[in-house]
Design a protein around this ligand. Structure first.
Ligand code: LMR
Length: 329
């Protein structure tokens, strides 16, 4: 009798464990380095909400913003090790993964506007680029927009003379390094989470950002001048650990793909508005003076930066470069 009872208790326990296992959601840790109140932050939160809704709670996406979990370099390693399941690093940060082609997006003046950008990110070239990650244990899911960058410093950066000798923080991209050198500045690679303090203490003199990042990190409070240069683009690829993704039940994966499609549309709808609104807030703060470039200043900047395309062609790959040029006309 005792044995039967023991068995009964055991099977009840197993059943309960089975039930709770069946009900336990699949957790996706989504780590990123910017504030919640940015195009990427908002899109990540949107994805979390839609993933829960579409899977009826089977998936729980935990979003960790502002480098609370990992900084730039560490998050890439964490994804490969499976410590997090999803990231949306800037396209300038794929070099260390061996995907140097992604640095094509960092080339100065490569896109004149979002329409040109979308021809690449939302078309066959974008698909081809995401496919390049597969061999590295990473699945590329989508491109999310941020925006076009402005320079900031404690002096207006307009002419090559202004740039001379300025220490400017960059993301870890060789193209950005080449860009800064072509302008006569001294590039300094630094994790995003460290930029505010580096600007505040004078470790670097200035940097480049889309306005949403500049404003939400309060960089404009420690930079006296912002130059509206639109000289380059900063955006993201949403990526996941391929083994994790392929191991998901097919129905769940399908719903997550749908959530991602919706989140991409959302991200790309709000990005420009968010950046425009952030610029207005920077102006309204009165902490930073905002400068436009004259036609001649813009031409001179463009001229100085042409050589970056040539210098970086072999790193990026001529084939990728030509494919992008073709899309953007
Ligand atoms: C940066 O490091 O400046 C950006 O990549 C941050 C981000 O994720 O937008």
């Amino acid at each position: 009798f005792a044995r039967t009872r023991r068995l009964a208790i055991l099977s009840t326990a197993l059943l309960a464990a089975g039930l709770s296992w069946a009900q336990a959601p699949i957790v996706i840790k989504f780590s990123h380095v910017v504030a919640n109140d940015t195009p990427k932050g908002k899109a990540a939160d949107f994805f979390a909400k839609r993933a829960a809704e579409l899977t009826g709670g089977k998936v729980k996406v935990e979003v960790y913003a502002n480098s609370t979990l990992y900084k730039d370099k560490e998050e890439m390693e964490a994804l490969q090790l499976g410590a997090v399941q999803m990231l949306a690093p800037s396209l300038a940060k794929f070099g260390p993964l061996g995907a140097k082609e992604f640095e094509v997006f960092d080339l100065p003046f490569i896109f004149d506007n979002y329409e040109e950008l979308h021809k690449v990110t939302q078309g066959p070239v974008g698909k081809m680029l995401l496919g390049k990650l597969e061999g590295r244990g990473i699945k590329g899911l989508a491109f999310w927009d941020n925006g076009f960058k402005s320079f900031s410093a404690n002096k207006p950066l307009k002419s090559l003379d202004d740039f001379k000798g300025q220490k400017l923080r960059i993301q870890s991209s060789k193209v950005l390094e080449s860009q800064m050198r072509a302008l006569g500045a001294l590039p300094q690679v630094m994790a995003f989470s460290e930029v505010y303090q580096a600007l505040q203490t004078g470790v670097v003199d200035g940097t480049e950002n889309p306005h949403s990042n500049l404003y939400t990190q309060k960089m404009h409070e420690v930079q006296k001048h912002v130059t509206l240069s639109d000289h380059g683009y900063l955006g993201y690829a949403v990526i996941t650990n391929k083994k994790f993704w392929d191991g998901l039940p097919a129905d769940v994966r399908g719903k997550l793909e749908q959530a991602m499609t919706e989140s991409t549309a959302y991200a790309n709808r709000i990005a420009k508005e968010e950046n425009d609104a952030a610029l207005e807030k920077v102006k309204a703060s009165g902490k930073s003076q905002v400068h436009a470039l004259s036609v001649a200043e813009r031409q001179a900047m463009k001229k100085a930066l042409v050589k970056v395309h040539q210098e970086m062609a072999s790193r990026i790959g001529q084939e990728t470069l030509n494919a992008v040029y073709k899309e953007t006309g």
